[in-house]
Design a protein. Structure first.
Lengths: 94, 563
């Protein structure tokens, strides 16, 4: 389906790239701060270089990937319960 | 006059008048009732009302440092809900939500298990009408499942209280050790309402079926009442760290793939309860403060998120992520409020979630239970994923859904605005929140190390999201149902139980039929003998035949015993 993108679609794309640039700037600042600020974590591992950043990144990707796998296991059609309930409902009325 | 009247009861009494008051003035009446009830909180700490009944001392009104923060936030949530549902002209839902909030507040101030049980069940019975108010077949069925769970919780609580009373032990609602049968009954009762793993099905099942306004009310009270009760009865119970940690982590995966955005928030609610349960499990002063602070701010930002999604549902008529998108231009105010709620729940510095969650994380760090600490850190990235990003992204951005709508009604915007301001205000000035916590703890969430750590976690997790979206690796939203623990009783139990039940019925019918056949064949044999007499031309009848048979049997027995 090749449809020319709507105005809203273009706005969203522009907003998206602006937001990405903003985040990259913040990330760069955090990287610089890593050399200046001493982060004292609750554990020693936490104090290693950019630990929260790496942990957050990996955790996020992990959650999404596991979510995708989980879809195969526990995702059902939208009417999964509804079919049964409708049938039951009819039965009840009789 | 209100000094000895437990807070909340005035709201319940006020709710009785709600059906008879015309619109607008009804809303004002409800606000006045909430105000009067809140005034009762100023009575101060102590036991203010005892009712002697049937040899029991029922403590109707006990106030202390633990009830105060919950009392304040429950009143605030009730007031926000009145404003948010101002446009609704029907009385039914208003009556339910005011009495529900009243029952929850009264439960907070219950000093013994029997009083607690009464209000515990009252919250169940009043809140179910908020789900029924949706007026759909789906909602009706979900509400009945919800009610079964809630009432079961109350019955278990009563079982615990009854065992204590029967053993002549105190029925005061105080800290107890997990071990005796009674304590386990009470623990499971609280666990159902706190949505422990596998006891949580009712939450994700029923909350998203309520009306847009009803879900906001539901999100505030029941589960946080359970957190209060856990903090009262089981602080420092180590099981709670395990249970809480799994509550933070597991719903995260379900929330990623759930399509109904209010159901995503219900999973998120479950995850947030996990943080509070872990804090109660730690049980230190810092941790209990963490649990209470978290419950306090959570009620506000979760209400804000549910309000923003309720506003979208109210305006557009759907809350399926697969059908939404690009609403930021049409509902800019709702979008901004939603983003503030999202940033609060994700614990961005300067937002309320940060100042509350930090307490729990620090308390957990102090205990040295490293695995739990990293599970909660992982869950923090999960919160960002489903509540921080998914909710606002799919509702207001993502793609152009082509939906045409306008901004939410003014009253909804006012309620959202107040909640959003509170989220930021508490984040910027946490001292006000800290001053009402149960223990005086000198804690400063804003130090450079702490702030940069949290920002690193959040910003790089957001970059991961952007990377996944750009590489088209982020799963698209699909109209679907995600199976949760309610599947066990909605599908597995009927699938396994019905055949067993049917099998049992068939076996029973076969048994009865078999016995009937045996009886018939005996009578046939008797008739045969009667029709073909061997002893002479006449025979006296069936009765004599039966006697003869019986005597023969006795004779045979006699021989058997003699030999």
């Amino acid at each position: 389906m090749t449809k020319s993108p709507s105005k809203v679609q273009m706005d969203l794309a522009r907003l998206g790239s602006r937001f990405t640039r903003f985040l990259l700037v913040i990330a760069a600042i955090l990287l610089v701060l890593e050399f200046i600020v001493h982060r004292h974590g609750e554990t020693h591992i936490e104090e290693s270089f950019m630990f929260p950043a790496i942990y957050g990144f990996i955790a996020f990707v992990f959650i999404v990937e596991v979510g995708k796998l989980l879809r195969r296991l526990i995702m059902r059609d939208e009417h999964y319960y509804a079919d049964e309930e409708d049938a039951e409902g009819d039965h009840h009325v009789r | 006059m209100f000094a000895s009247l437990p807070p909340g009861i005035i709201m319940l009494l006020g709710a009785c008048a709600v059906p008879f008051i015309p619109h607008v003035s009804r809303q004002l009446w409800m606000l006045v009732m909430i105000g009067l009830s809140a005034w009762g909180l100023s009575t101060g700490e102590g036991i203010h009302a005892i009712w002697h009944v049937m040899g029991y001392e029922l403590i109707l009104y006990r106030a202390d440092a633990l009830t105060l923060p919950f009392g304040i936030i429950f009143h605030l949530a009730a007031a926000l809900n009145v404003i948010y549902s101002w446009h609704d002209q029907k009385w039914q839902e208003h009556t339910a939500s005011l009495s529900y909030a009243g029952a929850a507040i009264a439960a907070l101030h219950a000093g013994d298990l029997i009083t607690l049980f009464i209000w515990w069940e009252a919250t169940a019975i009043t809140s179910v009408f908020l789900i029924l108010a949706s007026n759909t077949e789906r909602a009706r069925k979900a509400s009945m499942r919800y009610l079964i769970f809630q009432v079961t919780s109350g019955v278990l609580l009563l079982c615990g209280a009854a065992i204590l009373a029967a053993n002549g032990q105190s029925i005061l609602f105080e800290k107890m050790e997990l071990g005796s049968l009674a304590s386990w009954f009470i623990f499971i009762a609280l666990g159902i309402k706190a949505a422990f793993p596998f006891l949580n099905g009712w939450l994700q099942d029923a909350y998203p079926e309520a009306t847009p306004t009803g879900t906001v009310a539901l999100s505030a009270f029941t589960t946080k009442l359970a957190i209060y009760a856990l903090a009262r009865a089981f602080p420092g119970t180590e099981y709670l760290i395990w249970i809480g940690a799994s509550m933070t982590a597991l719903p995260v995966f379900f929330a990623v793939i759930e399509n109904d955005l209010r159901r995503v928030l219900a999973f998120s609610l479950n995850n947030q309860l996990g943080f509070m349960v872990v804090a109660v499990g730690i049980g230190s002063e810092l941790a209990i403060n963490g649990a209470v602070a978290h419950a306090f701010v959570h009620i506000i930002y979760k209400a804000l998120l549910f309000m923003s999604m309720g506003a979208v549902l109210h305006q557009v008529g759907t809350i399926k992520a697969s059908a939404l998108g690009g609403l930021y231009r049409q509902m800019p105010f709702t979008m901004v409020c939603c983003v503030i709620g999202a940033m609060s729940i994700s614990a961005f510095p300067l937002f309320s979630g940060f100042v509350a969650k930090s307490l729990t994380m620090s308390a957990l760090g102090d205990t040295g239970i490293v695995w739990a600490y990293f599970v909660l850190l992982f869950a923090s990235a999960g919160v960002l994923e489903h509540s921080g990003i998914k909710i606002p992204y799919f509702a207001f951005f993502a793609h152009d859904s082509g939906l045409k709508t306008t901004e939410a009604p003014l009253n909804m915007r006012i309620a959202m605005g107040i909640a959003a301001i509170l989220c930021v205000a508490i984040g910027v000035y946490p001292a006000a929140l800290y001053s009402i916590l149960p223990y005086t703890v000198d804690y400063h969430p804003y130090d450079a190390g702490h702030v940069t750590s949290q920002l690193q976690l959040l910003v790089f997790a957001m970059l991961a999201f952007i990377l996944l979206i750009r590489m088209k690796l982020y799963p698209p939203e699909i109209p679907s149902v995600v199976l949760n623990s309610d599947w066990f009783y909605r599908r597995l139990a009927p699938a396994v139980g019905l055949p067993i039940l049917k099998g049992g019925m068939i076996a029973w019918h076969m048994l009865v039929g078999g016995l009937r056949r045996v009886r018939t064949s005996i009578w046939d044999a008797v008739d045969l003998v009667m029709d073909n007499p061997i002893s002479g031309p006449t025979i006296p009848g069936r009765a004599v035949m039966v006697q003869a048979i019986l005597l023969t049997i006795i004779l045979l027995f006699g021989y058997a015993i003699a030999s």
